[in-house]
Design a protein around this ligand. Sequence first.
Ligand code: ADP
Ligand code: TRP
Length: 409
Amino acid sequence: MTVSFVSRGKVHSLSCPRISTLTELSGLMYAAYAEVTVRHTEIKMIIISRILIRLFITDSIEINRTIYNPLLKRYIVFMKKISLTGIKPTGDLHIGNYFGAIRPALELAKEYDARYFIADYHALNTMKNPEELNSTIRQVAAGWLASGLDPEKVIFYRQSSIPEVFELTTMLMAFTSKGLMNRAHAYKAAVQENEEKGADTDAGINMGLFTYPVLMAADIIIFDSDVVPVGKDQVQHIEMAQDIAQSINANYGKQVLKVPQAAVQENAAVVPGLDGRKMSKSYGNTIPLFAPEKTLHKTIMRIVTNSQSVEEPKDPDTCQIFQLYKLFSQAGEQDALAKRYRAGGMGWGEAKEELFRVVNRTIAPIKEKYDAIMADIPALDKILEQGARKARPIAAAVVNRFRKAAGID
Ligand code: ADP
Ligand code: TRP
């Protein structure tokens, strides 16, 4: 049987018999090897594996399982997928950002090729004070590094250093309906707030807020991202990025742009704040990640509790102190504290002290690193510039692919 495949825009043909021995497989690989001309041997292996796996999946050839499984493993190892996320530098990082965004993203970076960035042009929509914006950009960058991001392994950069993102944004705009933007949560909430106040519908809404999801789609699409680790609140934006990429692919009848997927960390999807609502800068209920120890203690002591007396047994499952405690402790510690809740005789103050102990235990070493990074801003900026240098050629390739498909080349 002859099987055809496309590589680098050319159609190749291979003779594909039923494959049951390694000799037959290497014969086929050898044939493919000769067909596919790329510089690096490892890439050749990836391409060959990919062709074989695709042929197998589509039932074009039969491969014995004992050959197929190692082939698949090898393919997965080499074809790492891309994980991308960004954080807006709009204020001090808090525990919600750490568990909802930074930590899951760093976990994914172990398996994926990661691209993480500081979304500084997104922040410009709301941050108009230059000193403040300048300093928060560095704080958020230092927060990522102190939390364990390795800039040798992760491409780490500032959004504003990649002009290709803004070129792509312009192109995506041409495929984004205004109606889609009308449905974006953040924009809708701003409109609703104006209506409730009896103000003009558009009051205080800039075009940056209205077109926010398009810039975010460009951030994601520009690096052919497979997964985007975010909190639940950002899922709508990823769906919009999917819509935009799909309509572009449909228009040109081929996959010009990769369609991304959201990766939501389920067990830490919503970290509660001091008042029990979602922890968020906009609610003023945050536990900051890099506050001095004294401030951290004071903040934790401000957690809102009910009026149960010390003696009364308490329910750990409905208590935000306990929910936060779970994020910072081992199973054994959690069982012990839950027992103390249920037994009665423990006041809220004691529970908060116990929470402070575990939070500080986790945060103190991260804060130490953070302080050291913030003490050398030129070194931090250099790391971000090096990241941008690595990122730009990748971004340019995607923009060029799109320009070519669109007839603008
Ligand atoms: P804020 O709500 O404080 O303004 P951002 O919108 O800047 O926070 O969020 C930055 C990242 O952190 C996003 O990925 C968001 O989903 C995540 N995040 C923020 N707050 C929480 C939270 N309380 N629980 C889980 N994830 C959160
Ligand atoms: N909108 C995100 C937030 O508010 C930040 C962001 C900007 C982002 N661009 C992104 C997140 C691309 C993931 C991917 O938290």
